[in-house]
Every structure is written in C-alpha cells, then in structure tokens.
Design a protein around this ligand. Structure first.
Ligand SMILES: [Zn+2]
Length: 864
C-alpha cells in the first residue's frame, strides 16, 4: 500500500454541511464554520448528507438510533466504498450495525483481507516484514457506549459521510491503507432513552440552564443498557447480547486500532489515551502504550489546529480488561479512550461560557480523523506490533508463572460451563483432558473438567482474566482492581505451574449447558432435587409457578433410587406426588420438563421412609413459598442523584427476569408509599440510598411476614433504620493520612478505599442461606463499610476470614478492619425476616459463584 501525500488544506466538512444546508441561517449553533479538514478537494454530491436523510444538521438536535441506521443504509446504498452489516440485536430489539469502509476492489474481497489480518494472530510466523508493507490496517471506530454521552455517535455519522463522500488525498490515504469499521451505536437502547428525553424536553429555543429539565434526565438515565448495565464494563464478562455481538465482530477482525468515544464532566476539556502510566495493567506490553502515545500526537495536532485544550496521562487508566479501550490491549490491538466534556443538552452554561452540542461533536469528529491519519502513518508499526505480540509466545510463556488452568465441572457444572462459554467468546481454546490429573488435592477427570492453557493464541488474555493478583504498582484504580474469573464463577480450579502429561485432550467446540435428567423413572412417592446446581432455583420456580407444592429438607438424608443409595445435602427439594392442585401426571411431566430445561438431576423415590436421616415427610421440612418479588428502584425525588442504584437494581432485574425466568415488580421509590406492599412476600434493596423510603412501613411489612433482602450499600439503610442491630466498624482515614502533604492527600485517601477486590468468606453451611455452598467461598467486595458479627448466635451466616483478601488491592489498615467482620446476616423480626448481604452477589452479571446466595435468600428467606 502506498501512502498518499497528505496535509492539503482545502475545505471543511462541517463548514460544507452547514453551508450546504438550506436552513443554515436558522441554526444558532455557532459551530466553527472555518474548522479546516485538510486534504479534501470536495464532497461528492451523489452521497447523501446526514441532513438529506435525517432531516436535521448534525449538532442541531440529538440523532435517534433509528435515524443513524437510516443514514448508514442510505450511504451504503449510494456509495461503492461502504457496506453496512448487522452484527446483532439488543434487548430492546434494536439492530446493531456497522459500516465497513474500503475501496470497492477491497470490499469485494473482504473475506480475504480478514483472513490476511487474522494471520497476524493465528499464524504470525507466516507474515514477513515485506508482507506487512502490503497489508491494510484495520481500525474499529466505536462510539457512545454510554448512551447519554451522545456526541460520539454524531461524530460517527459525520465520519461516514466524510469517508464516503470525501474526495482528496486525506480520504484517499485512509482508503488506501486502512479498512475502517464504523460502529456508530455501541448502545442504542441507552441512547434512545437519552435522546427521547433531551429532544422531548427542549423547546424551539434551547436553554443553556443546567437546572432545566432537558439537562436532567430522569433515573436511570441513558448511560446503561436495557437492564441498566454499564456496557463499558462488559467487554470481558460479555453477559449481554450487544457485547456478545460486538466481541464476535472484534474477534472476526482483530483490528490494529479500536476507539471508544465518551463524554465526561462539562467543565473538563478533552482527554485521550495514554492514561495514567502507573495504572496500566501489567499484562499489557509497554509498546502498546508507546503506540497509543504516538497516536496521541495526531489527536494533539488536530485539536491544536482549532485551539481545543486536552489532556493525557491523568485520571483514566488501562487496567480493567472489561473496558472497551483496555480489552483490546491484551490482544495485540491498541485501544484508545476519548473523553469529551459533555454539553448534557443542546447547549449548556459552563464556567468557560456556553458549550454547544455541535462543539462537542466537532472534537469527537476531529479525533476520529486524527485516529485514521495516525493509523495510516503508523500502519506498519501497528501491524508489526500485533504480529509480534502473537509471535513472542515463547517469551511470554517463559515469563508467566503459570502454564494454564484446570477447571472442574464436576460439582458445579453450569458455573464451569458458563465460564467456558465466556472464554470461548474471546476465542480462547479449551481442551478436554486426555487423562485424569491430580492437582492441589483435587481430581480432574476427562469429561468433567477442562484445560485452559496459556500456550495458545489468546494466552495473554487467559492470564489477564484468570490470574489472582495481589501486588500493584499503584494504589488507585479507575475501576475494579481484580476480576479473577474462576473465583467469580465459583468453580473448583487449579492454576498449574507446569503442564502435566495427558492434560491436553481434544479441543472443546461446544460448551452449552448440559446435564439434567430424572433418575429412577416415574416416582411412586416423590421426586427429590438436590440444591446447589446453578439453575436449581429456576427449576423450583417453574414448579411453584405450576402450583406444585414443594418442601425443603434442612438436614442431610439418603434415599434408595433404583437400587443405589443417593445422599442429599441440606436444602434438597422434595416434590410429593400427592398434590392438592396437580395430578400425578402433571407432576411427572413438570418434573421431566424442569430437569431437562434447567439442567438439574431429579431423583425418583418410591418410599417415604429413608435409610438414613429424616424421612421425606420430616417434621423439620418446610413448605416453600413462591417468591413474589418487588425490587426498589428509582429516585426519591429529593435530589438529582439520590435513590436506588440503577446498576445494582438492574443486576437483580436481569438475574431474575433474563436468567431465572422470574417476574419481578420494579417499585419506584417516589410513589412506593401509595402501593400495596402486601402483594409481595419479598422486597429487595440492592444498593443505593433509600432516604425517601418510609422505614416504619417497611418494618410493619416485615413484621407481618415479609422478607427484606438488602445487599451491598442497601445494607446501610436497613442498619441505620434499626431493622437489624449491627455495629459498624469504622476506619479512621484522617489519622491514616495525617502526615500527608496537601498535594498527596487525595491519593492517600483513595489508597484506603476498595474499588473492587475479591475476599474469602466463611459460611455456616447449616443455615438455609448457605445451602448448596462450601464453607469458604470467594465474594466480590466494594467499599469499606464493615460490620461486627451479630451479637445473637445463629444470626451471622457468613464472615470474612482472618486473611480475607484473595485477589485485588486492599491497604493493610483496611484489611485489618475487614478481618472476621460480618458478610451475611439474617434476623427474624416478627413473622418476617431481614437478610443482609454485605457484598454484591450479582456483580455485573458474571459473579455466577455468588448468585446462589442471593437466590437462597429469595427462596429460603422464610424457612429459618
Ligand atoms: Zn463514558
């Protein structure tokens, strides 16, 4: 590929758009018409402008997702440089689309180009330096994953127009050297919420007043996806359809550059990476950050040209691989984060004057052009870097302290399979075992374990997401400090330091959930379902929903099934054949269906008398109530920011509605007082502040028999309102930072926080809230509010161990306070109960290991 001469100074895309617009005079947006876009002779009039299709000029309104797609379709139709593809669908059934921009002769051989590009990672030794000279680079330009950080998507629309219609050396150079993928809508569902709000709450004459309605979107805001998840934390966990579709697209292309355009506070300027150097994930090679630094020169050039201020190497970092600009860094791609000061609405008063939406779009657009120009000029360096990233495997393996991970699926098959599904989406290769392997006192058997070696293409990724980490160069983190996946999924696993013989069998190509059957044919007396399988609560709910009565056995027992003895741990569910509201045939059918659909093993029992332990009709067994769940959501109306945490509430909503097929009523805190709470037997406060909630009313509801489940920051409300008597353990941060200079105070205070670490908790497994669990489990910990164990015996179901931190950052004084403090507390109150989970058991939807604690509270909350 030959790079064409650049740096013509001709016309301005925004200028042309505005001048060409028939009602340009009517626009009050003072976007700089003389913003120069260098290297363009003219824009081809045969390509529709955004205004032709959408009906408004970019920057004068907020463009809806459907309009963006209309425009991309129209350009793909009119231009031989553009193809549009659909790569997925969101929860709200919106299409996820991207455009591929390349010369027509390349568009007709995209598969070949894709394969050549893939060879850099799959077969790096086959690609010589001379080959690199002829390869185009691939730039994946992605926008506005936070739906209310809207300027990025507008810039993507302009970029498509510029690339499709632009004629001149600047566009020629990009077309000649780069395959550009433009993904304008990382999060269309969130954008739709935001855009409907701002456009719908703005009059013909826009106000810059930030107290105005347009400037204050309502709870939960447009940042997140349908279930209120931050999609820019889900690149690695891939629990949501839009992430899954995007990661498949990324992996199909393995681009050299990936961009991620955001917005930040209105008083800020502009940020682009590299971020804080000391906070770069140690699994990311230094050269990645050096290349980000070289690309930064181009962003600086473009923004200097118009006098826009910016910053680098501060505030933002490249540590958590779940973020869009960091995920690619452990896969040979250079990911770049951009942050534009937000105008919030169409215009906004700031300390430096009125900021217009169009101004923010212009910066994002220019930083897109700079990325492409940088990619053209650094093309061979970027390609070589990616090839060498994959070629240097031996060096990486020599340095890595481990050789791979053995995951057992024997006791917790679905959790291990869910982890395997996650890894396979990132094109990690998993292998069945050839022989039985013993490690750390565990036996891993072929068929019920898998091997994840570092010696594979995605070896660095494997290390980056599977390892435990307890040493850090910095003590501050933009996001969490750890995510060790086998701990999050609660799987039995071993990290191996050598590769034993026979560990690597056949490659696994299918990791679907399996297992699930009825053992022993048609039962005569009852069926028994052990508790502990991941989807057992879903099976139970389905039976309850079919009006089938179930009993929970709190003690272990044995039964004879088909001539063999089966042992059951605490929490087994007995499903009697004699039912008041269902026939025997209906029970047989429902049990068959539950076993196969929810991957549980259910035993058929022909005698109520058991050889060991309580009989099936045991006096200690409890008839289970079907959970009727209400989740506290919304803002209490007292401030713009108070109320339930949308992220935490969304995690519960998603878990129940999406994964466990259970309805949940979302009750808004602002009108909860007018609602009839007796419709529900379970109320969930998943996190946030609940000042608007009437504590006396909730107490009365609990005393009447309700189960209140509070988790994470939701615990505070329950303790503050004396729903449970617990003593907080406080850390005196002031005394810890007393010797610090003024300039170092912020960092010193921050170092005493827990942005996200993994702790070990010890459970009383004889308590129903811990049924199905081992005595020690990993939990995800955020925040430094700790509590003493409950004074009454039997009320503290979980505590942190005396060395609680197993992965992630924590300061010594904080660890001291955390030791042996309460992790899970339950107390009866009147006829009801209050259950406090100090941690977030449903964190970001990938903590499969602790979901069961929350579900125990839901299903067994009234059994003790
Ligand atoms: Zn953002």
């Amino acid at each position: 590929m030959t790079a064409l001469p650049l740096r013509y100074f001709v016309a301005c895309v925004l200028g042309l758009l505005l001048v060409a617009a028939p009602d340009a005079q009517a626009q009050e947006v003072p976007i700089a018409i003389d913003t120069p876009v260098e290297g363009i002779d003219r824009y081809n009039p045969d390509i529709p402008t955004p205004q032709d299709v959408i009906g408004h000029e970019i920057g004068t309104r907020h463009t809806r997702p459907a309009q963006v797609i209309d425009y991309f379709e129209a350009v793909a139709e009119a231009s031989d440089r553009v193809v549009m593809e659909r790569h997925g669908t969101t929860y709200d059934h919106r299409p996820l689309i991207h455009a591929v921009v390349a010369p027509p002769e390349d568009l007709s051989r995209l598969d070949e180009i894709k394969a050549q590009n893939q060879a850099l990672s799959s077969d790096p030794s086959s690609v010589s330096d001379a080959d690199l000279a002829d390869l185009p680079a691939v730039a994946y330009m992605g926008y506005s994953i936070h739906g209310d950080e809207a300027s990025g998507t507008e810039a993507a629309v302009l970029l498509l127009y510029h690339m499709a219609a632009g004629e001149g050396p600047a566009v020629d150079a990009v077309l000649g050297d780069v395959v550009t993928i433009i993904d304008p809508l990382f999060n269309p569902d969130g954008r739709a919420r935001f855009v409907n709000w701002v456009n719908g709450n703005r009059g013909e004459t826009a106000t810059a007043d930030d107290q105005d309605r347009e400037h204050n979107q309502p709870w939960p805001g447009g940042r997140t996806n349908h279930y209120w998840f931050d999609l820019n934390r889900d690149w690695m966990p891939v629990q949501h359809p839009s992430s899954q579709a995007r990661i498949a697209l990324y992996q199909d292309w393995r681009p050299q550059v990936l961009t991620d355009y955001h917005e930040m506070g209105s008083e800020a300027t502009y940020f682009f990476q590299p971020g804080v150097p000391s906070r770069t994930n140690p699994n990311t090679p230094d050269e990645n950050q050096e290349l980000a630094g070289e690309l930064a020169e181009y962003h600086a050039d473009f923004l200097d040209e118009i006098g826009s201020l910016y910053y680098t190497r501060e505030q933002f970092d490249d540590f958590y691989y779940g973020k869009g600009s960091t995920y690619p860094d452990v896969q040979g791609t250079v990911g770049i984060l951009f942050e534009q000061a937000s105008s919030r609405a169409l215009k906004n008063d700031t300390d430096s004057g009125v900021m217009n939406y169009a101004f923010t779009v212009r910066n994002q657009f220019l930083a897109s052009l700079s990325t492409l120009q940088g990619t053209v000029e650094l093309r061979e360096d970027l390609l070589r870097y990616q090839r060498d990233f994959f070629a240097d495997r031996d060096e990486f393996l020599d340095d890595a302290p481990m050789t791979g991970y053995l995951i057992s699926s024997e006791r917790y098959p679905q959790r291990a399979q869910a982890l395997g599904q996650l890894l396979m989406q990132h094109r990690v290769e998993l292998f069945d075992l050839e022989e039985t392997v013993e490690s750390n006192g565990r036996t891993y058997r072929p068929g019920s374990a898998y091997w994840v070696p570092l010696d594979q293409e995605q070896g660095r990724f494997v290390k980056g997401v599977m390892e435990q980490r307890t040493t850090f160069q910095d003590s501050l983190f933009y996001d969490v400090s750890t995510w060790t996946l086998p701990l999050a999924f609660g799987t039995d696993y071993s990290e191996l330091t050598s590769t034993p013989d026979g560990v690597r069998g056949e490659r696994i190509t299918d990791m679907s959930y399996d297992g699930g059957r009825v053992v022993g044919g048609e039962a005569e007396v009852a069926y028994v379902m052990p508790w502990g399988r991941y989807f057992a609560p879903r099976a139970l709910y389905q039976l309850q929903d079919a009006d089938i009565t179930t009993r929970m056995m709190p003690d272990p027992f044995e039964v004879e099934v088909g001539g063999t003895t089966q042992s059951f741990d605490r929490g087994a569910i007995v499903i009697p054949l004699q039912q008041r509201n269902a026939t025997r045939q209906e029970v047989h059918a429902a049990v068959q269906e539950a076993a196969s659909a929810h991957h549980v093993e259910i035993m058929a029992v022909n005698r109520g008398l058991t050889p060991q332990g309580p009989d099936l009709g045991s006096a200690s067994s409890t008839v289970l109530q079907k959970p009727e769940v209400a989740l506290v959501t919304g803002n209490d109306g007292r401030s713009r920011w108070g109320g339930a945490s949308a992220a935490n509430a969304g995690e519960v909503w998603h878990l129940l509605s999406e994964r466990f097929d259970m309805p949940v009523s979302l009750l808004d805190i602002s009108y909860i007082e007018s609602l009839d709470l007796s419709e529900y037997n379970t109320l969930v406060m998943a996190g946030g502040s609940y000042d608007g909630l009437d504590a006396e009313r909730v107490q009365a509801w609990v005393e009447d028999g309700g189960t209140l489940i509070a988790s994470h920051t939701g615990v505070r409300w329950a303790v503050d309102h004396e729903m449970v008597e617990l003593e907080a353990k406080t850390l005196d941060v002031d005394s810890l930072v007393a010797d610090q200079d003024y300039a170092d105070l912020g960092e010193a205070r921050g170092a005493q926080g827990i942005g996200g670490s993994i702790f070990e908790a010890q459970l009383d497994t004889t308590h129903p809230l811990a049924f199905g669990y081992d005595e020690t489990i990993p939990v995800f910990r955020r925040g430094t509010r700790f509590y003493e164990p409950h004074e009454e015996p039997g009320h503290t179901v979980g505590t942190y161990t005396d060395t609680p931190r197993i992965s992630g950052y924590i300061s010594d004084p904080v660890e001291e306070i955390a030791q042996e403090s309460a992790a899970l507390v339950a107390e009866q109150r009147g006829s009801g109960q209050v259950i406090l989970l100090m941690d977030n058991p449903n964190f970001r939807a990938f903590w499969y290991g602790t979901n069961g604690l929350f579900l125990n509270a839901l299903f067994f909350g009234d059994t003790f």
